[in-house]
Design a protein around this ligand. Structure first.
Ligand code: ADP
Ligand code: GLC
Length: 498
């Protein structure tokens, strides 16, 4: 098979702009794919942070996009040293403070549908060779609802590239009232139950799910879960209809950026052979976050967006029991829901000797928490893949996780049998409630009291797992070829015989 031109479309990418794991994937999967010889480029909205960090940039095209009052420039630059990037420069829509989706006080930008519709239309122009870039993709790899209109707008085009739509989180769908559909002047034909209509509303994500040649979700278990009403949010029927072109592929992680043996954010490097040195990171982290320095303390950590999905309320629920335990400490790093932010600040103020809460977003601190803790808490109610448990495994920080989505696919419970045959890597519990979480934490605390070689064995088992991109990137490559060789029919022009 010959090398492909692939355009990766997403609303965030590390190291330019990041709110969560999507950015990590968009920062690292293109690099892994380029190792197979493909020419992979990324397209992002021209947020100020991205423009700042991708310098030097130069304009390569100017587009007139329906609905845009100003001409839209395409700026070309590099993401790190490794990936060529296009930024869609529409200052009226993207040059603002805040993050890609919300203003500084955390509310969604009201014109999000306009912003991401314009982004999708610019991608379509590149896809069809209308931007004059002298480069045309064979496939557009779309990610999450912000890119959902791309497969829908391309489906009726003759000489179009193939499309793949990856679901990173089905809880975010980009659903707006019908009036928004009219306002952004999409082709009227797309307003149909088989198109972008979703219970009389307008759904961006349906553009991906109904029209893409192929669909993936970010872990095999999550791909199965979203075929059920519990996790499918009303889209399970459409996904079931598309199962012959739908697959779960586990995310990988960037083994260069997340490597305890060379991570520039860490006070002390270590690896599986020098595991003992990890405790220096614990002492330094305790010092940095104002906890009593004690290498024998059992240090639990949690990092994440403070939203219902992540189960931070379950962590809050187990705190009364936790602080009664001898010599157990907890560090929390996160931002999001103001109520949860307040609650974390309060518990930390009540138990300054035991709990430290850092409210905010701090990438280097996230690395130090991963390195300094003994255990990482991830009681997510659902988790499409989850990257923090993978970083934890890599850093010898034993994950405690709810058995769901990608967490179920990546962490092996420390049952006596799994410990015996050396497959155990963490503590897994089955129901997302605080009692089950507490029992798992108790198991971890008890296990930590055994001779230290036991704990080291468990942690080092995790460190030896391979969650690099190699295997998953190969799976994506196979799907790219299938999508290119056998495009899906346009659902709006296909007559189905029941
Ligand atoms: P999600 O994408 O649902 O937020 P993931 O586990 O896939 O969950 O990825 C989360 C990513 O965001 C990780 O790289 C994590 O370290 C990072 N992250 C989340 N919150 C913070 C924070 N407050 N400070 C630093 N990094 C954070
Ligand atoms: C989403 C999911 C998370 C996943 C990430 C990257 O934000 O919530 O589970 O790891 O995307 O795919």
């Amino acid at each position: 098979m010959s090398p492909l031109n692939i355009l990766f479309a997403a609303s965030e990418a590390q190291p330019l702009i990041k709110t969560g794991g999507l950015a990590d994937v968009v920062g690292s999967l293109p690099v892994a794919l380029s190792h197979f010889g493909h020419d992979v480029r990324v397209v992002l909205p021209g947020y100020p942070q991205a423009i700042e960090r991708a310098r030097p940039l130069h304009p390569v095209a100017t587009l007139q996009i329906p609905g845009s009052l100003e001409p839209v420039r395409i700026l070309e630059g590099w993401m790190g040293e490794r990936t060529r990037i296009y930024l869609v420069d529409a200052p009226g829509l993207f040059d603002r403070p805040g993050n890609p989706y919300t203003n500084a006080s955390g509310s969604d930008w009201e014109d999000n549908p306009e912003r991401f519709a314009l982004f999708c239309r610019a991608i379509v122009a590149i896809a069809l060779g209308h931007a004059g870039l002298n480069w045309r993709p064979d496939l557009i790899h779309c990610n999450d609802w912000q890119t959902g209109l791309v497969p829908a707008l391309l489906a009726s085009e003759g000489n179009r590239p193939a499309t793949l739509f990856t679901i990173h989180n089905l809880a975010y769908q980009g659903v707006f009232p019908r009036s928004v559909f009219d306002r952004i002047r999409l082709p009227k034909s797309l307003w149909a139950p088989k198109g972008l209509e979703f219970h009389q509303n307008f759904s961006f994500i349906k553009g991906g799910l109904a029209f893409a040649d192929w669909i993936t979700a970010v872990s095999p278990t999550y791909a199965r879960e979203i075929l059920t009403p519990e996790f499918g949010y009303g889209l399970e029927g459409l996904l079931r209809h598309r199962t012959d072109r739908f697959k779960g592929i586990l995310n990988g992680i960037d083994y260069q950026e997340w490597d305890p043996a060379s991570d520039p954010a860490l006070p002390q490097h270590y690896d599986a052979d020098t595991f003992d040195l990890k405790k220096i990171n614990k002492l330094k982290l305790q010092q940095e976050l104002g906890l009593p320095q004690d290498e024998n303390a059992f240090l639990l950590g949690h990092i994440g967006r403070l939203v219902e999905q992540k189960g931070v309320d379950l962590i809050l629920g187990i705190l009364p029991g936790l602080v009664k335990q001898q010599n157990v400490q907890l560090v929390l790093l996160g931002s999001g829901d103001p109520k949860l932010e307040r609650a974390l600040r309060m518990v930390a103020a009540e138990h300054p000797e035991r709990i430290s809460a850092y409210i905010g977003y701090d990438e280097p601190l996230a690395h130090r928490v991963e390195a300094g803790c003994d255990c990482f808490l991830m009681p997510s109610r659902f988790e499409p893949c989850g990257l923090n448990q993978l970083y934890s495994l890599r850093y010898g920080t034993v994950p405690i996780v709810h058995r769901t989505g990608g967490l179920a696919d990546t962490v092996v419970d420390a049952t006596p049998r799994n410990l015996l045959d050396d497959t155990a890597t963490g503590f897994v519990f089955s129901t997302p409630d605080q009692h089950a979480l507490w029992r798992a934490v108790e198991r971890a605390i008890e296990f930590h009291k055994r001779p230290p070689v036991w704990w080291e064995k468990l942690a080092v088992n995790g460190m030896k797992q391979n969650f690099s991109w190699d295997t998953s990137a190969r799976h994506y490559q196979e799907i790219y070829w299938q999508a290119i060789n056998a495009p899906a029919p346009n659902p709006l022009t296909t007559v189905t015989v029941e």
